[in-house]
Write a protein that binds this ligand. Structure first.
Ligand SMILES: Nc1ncnc2c1ncn2[C@@H]1O[C@H](COP(=O)(O)OP(=O)(O)O)[C@@H](O)[C@H]1O
Ligand SMILES: Cc1ncc(COP(=O)(O)O)c(N)n1
Length: 269
């Protein structure tokens, strides 16, 4: 059987735990052929983001055209898109190449607080990219920003209301991540317009969660690219991220990365 082809459109994380690097490691671990279009270079380590160097839309378009006109992609994950221009370009390419299985991780702020999406780009995200997405994977602060909610989302009942409101913006599915809830299990909600499916695991007591959102979204894209149904794709991604967090790696002196190899290793035992 031919290998499924996966493409990440995201920022580079020099420390290897998030962004393009996390996505490619995840694509590889889930036995797909990973490719990339880099939207921005970040100088980053476990202590934070030290610099952000966005690429020109010309450079991003050239990467996308090179890959998509020749090889194509069965699944796409978008991460850090930084500006309205980059979001518009990505939405245009999704239509031009009739891309399927688009996982949009609406990355906004790094765990250390650095801005990875300009405030004025949120409108472009809502108007251009969410309507062409197969699934969006916001964390709670991102969902709050997209919906312009004044109050923080603090429990499962509020998460269900938020998932319904996000669905109205046009994606086929909403995967609302509850990693930022302060209490209870690490719970995520999948909404398809009718049914809410809950994915929960016991919260792992660790601060080393750099790149969890990127890794989770890349795993969903890889499974969709291989032909999995959405519920099944999210279950594999949840198992993948839970294994990666349980076995997180203590590198550097800040928030360390997760272990992308843990899922395959746990399956071999
Ligand atoms: N401490 C934890 N223990 C187990 N799972 C977690 C933990 N923190 C986050 N997760 C899971 O990791 C994934 C990424 O979630 P989240 O941290 O909410 O996103 P982001 O990295 O985008 O902020 C979700 O499936 C979430 O439930
Ligand atoms: C280039 C880049 N993209 C995304 C993130 C967010 O990471 P997380 O998955 O921890 O939210 C990051 N820190 N750097």
């Amino acid at each position: 059987m031919p290998i499924a082809k996966t493409l990440t459109i995201a920022g580079s994380d020099s420390s290897g735990g998030a962004g393009i690097q996390a996505d490619l490691k995840t694509f590889q671990e889930l036995e797909t052929f990973g490719m990339s279009a880099i939207t921005a270079i970040t100088a980053q380590n476990t202590l934070g983001v030290h610099g952000v160097y966005p690429q020109s839309t010309e450079a991003i378009e050239a990467q996308l055209d090179a890959v998509l006109s020749d090889i194509g992609a069965d699944g796409v994950k978008t991460g850090m898109l930084f500006s309205a221009e980059i979001i518009e370009l990505v939405a245009k390419k999704v239509k031009e190449y009739q891309l399927k299985n688009i996982v949009v991780d609406p990355v906004m702020i790094a765990k250390g607080g650095a801005t990875l999406l300009q405030q004025e780009a949120i409108d472009a995200l809502k108007e251009k990219l969410l309507p062409v997405a197969t699934v969006i994977t916001p964390n709670l602060p991102e969902a709050q920003a997209i919906l312009e909610l004044e109050k923080e989302i603090t429990n499962i009942e509020e998460m269900e209301e938020v998932a319904k409101a996000l669905y109205e913006l046009g994606p086929e599915y909403i995967l609302l991540k509850g990693g930022h809830l302060t209490e209870g299990p690490a719970l995520d909600l999948l909404y398809d317009g009718k049914e809410m499916t809950k994915y929960h695991v016991e919260r792992i007591d660790t601060k080393h969660t750099h790149g969890t959102g990127c890794t989770f979204a890349a795993a969903i894209a890889a499974e969709l690219a291989k032909g999995a149904e959405i519920k099944e794709a999210v279950q594999v991604a949840k198992d993948f991220i839970t294994a990666a967090i349980s076995d997180s790696i203590q590198l550097g002196s800040g928030i360390g990365p997760t272990n992308h190899h843990a899922y395959q290793r746990s399956k071999r035992k």
